[in-house]
Write a protein that binds this ligand. Structure first.
Ligand SMILES: Nc1ncnc2c1ncn2[C@@H]1O[C@H](COP(=O)(O)OP(=O)(O)OP(=O)(O)O)[C@@H](O)[C@H]1O
Length: 363
């Protein structure tokens, strides 16, 4: 039995469908991150689970019980918002205690839970302060503390770190990772735009696009084995390079060749197909290296060099409309106008058919 189950869940605003038939099972104690481009439906889906948005079709179950019509307060779910939503006239202690007071929890029990949450989030020195006398990171910790005191089974986070500056984001992200370890039975669902948050916090990532699930998997799985062009282009920064190629399906295998490449044709699994079609070859910037003579996959002219310290990023014009990016170790010294040849190990290449689906690897 999953902690949260979505079966054919749908949502429309007027005639616009924003969530189309989503199936997803989230296990108790899992940390699941929803990612996807702006407007893909991440927040809507989270709010549907919380009960803040109605469900137009399908079934939401919580601990195996259909929950479509259960009131938000009775779902055992706590939500942490980007805007913190703290009461400005109450102290940190009162903010933490508020929902328990409303629920008529015994005073000693309230005190125990508030102090426990405050200790977990290092908020003890600030319990008598008002929110305005706290930093953004401290306010967000109070917002998280309010979820902890409720001892909710499920925490929902809607971009909780997006109002924080870069350093605080990192510090608070680490706090959330620790929180996950301290509350191993609590199920957490987290919406973010930030790839690093998704990759570092998630047990599983759900990639959404236009109200549909493109792929669900462990972070490394999505990075190493994207199911399609969308996921390949979305996971990883800088994004994967895409090169038009020719796919020749030969029964057991498919040979992939790009125009002008010296690197020999690369074989993928064909899934039993035959014939030929136009496809896309994918290669991550970090997989490219300077090619040996006669082995270039891509040849072009450097149009921009970014020296980032530990790495150098080359933008190479290779006649594809947009530059090919190569992330090279810092020892590489290039300048605008240089001609470069790049290649990658065949095990670091991806191939996608005309409909954008990934071809399986051989072996
Ligand atoms: N109350 C509403 N009425 C009409 N359309 C809405 C409403 N709320 C959201 N939408 C639309 O539903 C779609 C999904 O919105 P949602 O906020 O879930 O996306 P998101 O993936 O969380 O985006 P972002 O990353 O920008 O926050 C968007 O096209 C949005 O404009």
């Amino acid at each position: 039995m999953s902690a949260i189950g979505l079966k054919d869940v749908r949502k429309s605003y007027g005639s616009v469908e924003v969530i189309s038939s989503i199936d997803l099972d989230i296990e108790q104690g899992e940390f699941v991150v929803f990612v996807g481009p702006s407007g893909c439906g991440k927040s809507t889906l989270l709010r549907m689970i919380a009960g803040l948005e109605g469900i137009d079709g399908g079934t939401l179950s919580i601990d195996g019980v259909v929950a479509n019509d259960i009131a938000p307060a009775r779902r055992g779910i706590a939500m942490v918002f980007q805007s913190y939503a703290l009461y400005p006239h109450m102290s940190v202690y009162e903010n933490l205690a508020f929902s328990l007071r409303i629920a008529h929890v015994d005073k000693a029990e309230i005190d125990r839970r508030v102090r426990n949450a405050a200790a977990m989030l290092q908020l003890e020195p600030y319990l008598s302060r008002r929110p305005r006398a706290l930093s953004g990171g401290q306010r967000q910790r109070v917002a998280i503390g309010r979820a902890i005191v409720r001892e909710a089974k499920v925490f929902l986070f809607d971009e909780p770190l997006s109002n924080l500056d870069a350093a605080l984001r990192v510090a608070t992200r680490i706090e959330i990772a620790k929180l996950k370890e301290r509350l191993p039975d609590t199920t957490m669902i987290y919406v973010t735009h930030d790839q690093v948050e998704a990759m570092t916090l998630a047990d599983r990532i759900v990639v959404l696009n236009g109200g549909n699930v493109e792929q669900v998997g462990r972070p490394v799985e999505l990075y190493e084995s994207p199911a399609n062009l969308f996921v390949a282009g979305f996971i990883g920064s800088p994004a994967m390079n895409f090169l038009p190629c020719r796919l020749e399906h030969q029964g057991e295998r498919t040979l992939v060749q790009i125009d002008g490449a010296e690197q020999t044709a690369i074989a993928f699994g064909s899934g039993g197909r035959s014939g030929a079609e136009a496809g896309t070859l994918g290669v991550r910037p970090e997989s490219l290296h300077i090619a040996e003579a006669g082995a270039a996959l891509i040849t072009g002219m450097v149009e921009l060099v970014e020296h980032l310290g530990e790495v150098t990023i080359l933008y190479v014009a290779a006649g594809l409309g947009q530059p090919v990016l190569a992330k090279l170790s810092k020892t590489q010294d290039f300048a605008k106008g240089d001609r470069v040849s790049l290649s990658a190990a065949s095990t670091d290449l991806y191939a996608f058919d005309a409909s954008g689906d990934a071809l399986p690897r051989l072996g």
